[in-house]
Design a protein around this ligand. Sequence first.
Ligand SMILES: CC(=O)N[C@H]1[C@@H](OP(=O)(O)O)O[C@H](CO)[C@@H](O)[C@@H]1O
Ligand SMILES: [Mg+2]
Length: 566
Amino acid sequence: MDLGAITKYSALHAKPNGLILQYGTAGFRTKAEHLDHVMFRMGLLAVLRSKQTKSTIGVMVTASHNPEEDNGVKLVDPLGEMLAPSWEEHATYLANAEEQDMQRVLIDISEKEAVNLQQDAFVVIGRDTRPSSEKLSQSVIDGVTVLGGQFHDYGLLTTPQLHYMVYCRNTGGRYGKATIEGYYQKLSKAFVELTKQASCSGDEYRSLKVDCANGIGALKLREMEHYFSQGLSVQLFNDGSKGKLNHLCGADFVKSHQKPPQGMEIKSNERCCSFDGDADRIVYYYHDADGHFHLIDGDKIATLISSFLKELLVEIGESLNIGVVQTAYANGSSTRYLEEVMKVPVYCTKTGVKHLHHKAQEFDIGVYFEANGHGTALFSTAVEMKIKQSAEQLEDKKRKAAKMLENIIDLFNQAAGDAISDMLVIEAILALKGLTVQQWDALYTDLPNRQLKVQVADRRVISTTNAERQAVTPPGLQEAINDLVKKYKLSRAFVRPSGTEDVVRVYAEADSQESADHLAHEVSLAVFQLAGGIGERPQPGYKAAETTHNISNAFGPGTANEHTVP
Ligand SMILES: CC(=O)N[C@H]1[C@@H](OP(=O)(O)O)O[C@H](CO)[C@@H](O)[C@@H]1O
Ligand SMILES: [Mg+2]
């Protein structure tokens, strides 16, 4: 480690005085202008992680669904997974080190993790379309090179594409080719094979409107569409040619406002979907004949996927264990439907994809989705081998089902939730089953629900248990929630501190929208009173809180994971 060079280059990426950031659920996220030093330092950290794991490590520059002025960075571990928790701590430690402590902190981390500094290091880098992303990714590269690491800069990529590249590179090409062409070809081949089998292939099944949140998804989908055009024609909206990233559009907007994005004209019963800003989330929706908007969120996506996989397994005659993983935000109707109608075991984890991903790995087939549309399906190596064999050996009907499953496995991005891959999976299933978007939606009816945010002085006063469904502190809060919930039918409510914004999130569901809104409001008041609310008391009506969802910077002392110390 050339400590002299590190000190010299670090000074060129100096940390603003007093800025403290935390590696949160989705890495570091804050205003782009505060991130230069973090990028440089994450370049350094990626080299250390690469040396330690003797593998390629990924660095993605994005702030997903946050406003355009924000940016962020996260590291991708060898199998395309999120960074290991112990290294998240190192990331926070390194990002907040004062200039004069940089050398000591780097040595500290290397010693703690027994990093062999002689080992070669390789880092791959991707970025989204934000105006700040190119320069920030250059700072990552500076960090990588000053520690002697090799790198490949993929330039513009969706977040899940970068996860895919890392996974491919560390599995000797078995998962796929680590190029953008390789990604397009792997997914499109599987998709075209699948849709060839569909007996219903009228126009209705072939066209889809896609809101790309004015982000990277538009560029990549446009590059990719001719690879799969035999099976599906996509019409792109909010493709970045005019509008602002994530502004009044995208999956996060549609899910939290429960209304369509701007910039997309929807005729009744047309199938539409929205990606988020870095294309790792997707939600579907349509207008019915009466002009009512219907949202099909991550829960219903998980239901469609797991029921299809289960049917295929029955046809093949394999009894593999299949599980669905959700968070507390999953609509109660979805959990009930999965458990009682589909007889699939359902598990609840804490919010954040890494928790769901980890749990899903315990099954032969694990399907996980957050209600907001981030998710995928994971298949154990044993299952993949078994299905490959079945696709060659079984007699006709079973072989066809096994072949289908083989292609579906290829179509999923098993490294991370991926809007493009999930979209193609969903489109293939709808075509194969001959399901319209309305029929899919009608699998079950969502319980009316409401999400709110409450500002408190320090959201860490709220701690939770039971996969965040119950508050442990502050004293009296859970009892208050229990009493409020009793007042409504089919009701449920919980609160938790956000991991990406300086707010407390409140969730409530009940038998009617009015009850869900009332319950959410009453719970907000309890949080405000018992957990140190600041600013204006929560007002009835959900507007004030939820419509600010996309402008996370409106809250607290900073944004996302940022705090400024005086
Ligand atoms: C209720 C909700 O949607 N929470 C989101 C949000 O986390 P919070 O910890 O709730 O701020 O951002 C995460 C990262 O994108 C995502 O994984 C999660 O689902
Ligand atoms: Mg995202």
